[in-house]
Ligand binder design. Structure first.
Ligand code: NAD
Length: 324
């Protein structure tokens, strides 16, 4: 039996699974993000061996110092940029994530953002609610079509491929992709073309959708210079991690028409938004909810519990992550 701390309430099923696994599970009583000080205080208050962390928790060397008995950090997310994996590895602490269970949900969400911004749905909704709809008009709120246009996937992993499939089969878009390596298997599965350089993709794509993990190599992958390479009619969609885009540069590009629009679920300094972002009509912004379906959040809860239980049973740990 292990003593496990959950930094914020997650769907009950995972808590139950860990308790059924014989563990004592303590869930933070504060249903909000703990400050680094609070997190360290909680973790040093008892000899915790397992931690269920969220993407809003920074798990680094300082946290480990406060919690020397911790053996495993089971992150409730597929992205794990909130964890200093190298420091964990050095200290012999196992880190796990929740890949796969959220792929369809996030791919659906990215698709929804593409449609929302290209068809101007939030803008039209606001317009209609404001009582501005007086009569049908030939040039009212004109958006863009997707059929026959080019979708550029940046990071053709699980979610990137899910978006490519949906937009290609469902909406008739031609897919190009950029990744650190050409994916022959993907190219056999679906009609798509590899761009060996990001710049090549940016110059051609009508919609650019970002699906890379946040790493030192992907921070500000989309900056002012690269935004300037995009078509002025193009849309940029981000459901990966905020710092992949230089958000101030994006605000400038949306303002001066460098690109046509953007759909963002993630932000550089969440929950803050870059100055000027929220007053723009050509951007759809949502509060990091791409994986937030009832079904998926339950599955993520089950998976963090499964990772934890398997570890304490001494079995091969599923979904373990390593430093890149
Ligand atoms: P994945 O590992 O299957 O795919 C990531 C892809 O990015 C891989 O193909 C990888 O080769 C590629 N990549 C890595 N570094 C790159 C680089 N420098 N340039 C180009 N490509 C690079 O991961 P996934 O399950 O598809 O998830 C992708 C990311 O989506 C996660 O890391 C996470 O940050 C984010 N995410 C966000 C939400 C949300 O709520 N908005 C939900 C789930 C996942």
């Amino acid at each position: 039996m292990a003593l496990i701390f959950v930094t914020r309430k997650i769907p009950d099923i995972g808590i139950k699974w860990m308790r059924d696994g014989g563990h004592e599970v303590v869930v933070s009583e504060k249903d909000r993000v703990l400050t680094p000080k609070e997190l360290k205080a909680e973790l040093s208050s008892r000899p915790y061996e397992g931690v269920v962390s969220l993407l809003t928790d920074t798990i680094d060397e300082k946290v480990l110092k406060a919690a020397p008995s911790v053996k495993i950090v089971s992150n409730y997310a597929v992205g794990y940029n909130n964890i200093d994996v190298e420091a964990m590895e050095d200290a012999g602490v196992v880190v796990t994530n929740t890949p796969g269970v959220l792929t369809d949900t996030v791919a659906e969400y990215a698709t929804a953002l593409i449609l929302a911004v290209a068809k101007r749905i939030p803008e039209a909704d606001k317009f209609t609610r404001a009582g501005k709809y007086k009569a049908w008009a030939p040039e009212l709120l004109l958006g863009s079509d997707l059929a026959g246009k080019k979708l550029g996937i940046v990071g053709a992993g699980r979610i990137g491929q899910g978006v490519a499939r949906r937009l290609s089969i469902g909406f008739g878009m031609d897919v190009i992709y950029y990744d650190i390596a050409k994916n022959e298997k993907l190219e056999k599965k679906m009609d798509c073309e590899y761009c060996g350089e990001l710049e090549v993709l940016l110059k051609q794509a009508d919609v650019v959708s970002l699906h890379v993990p946040l790493l030192p190599s992907t921070k500000h992958l989309i900056n002012a210079e690269r935004l300037a390479m995009m078509k002025s009619s193009a849309y940029l969609i981000n459901t990966s991690r905020g710092p992949v885009i230089d958000e101030s540069a994006l605000v400038a590009a949306l303002k001066d028409g460098t690109i046509r629009g953007a759909g963002l679920d993630v932000f550089e300094d969440e929950p803050k938004l870059a100055r000027g972002l929220k007053s723009l009509n050509n951007v759809v912004i949502t509060p990091h909810i791409a994986s937030a379906s009832e079904e998926t959040r339950d599955k993520m809860s089950q998976l963090v519990a499964f990772n934890m239980n398997e570890f304490f049973l001494g079995r091969e740990v599923p979904n373990m992550v390593f430093k890149k």
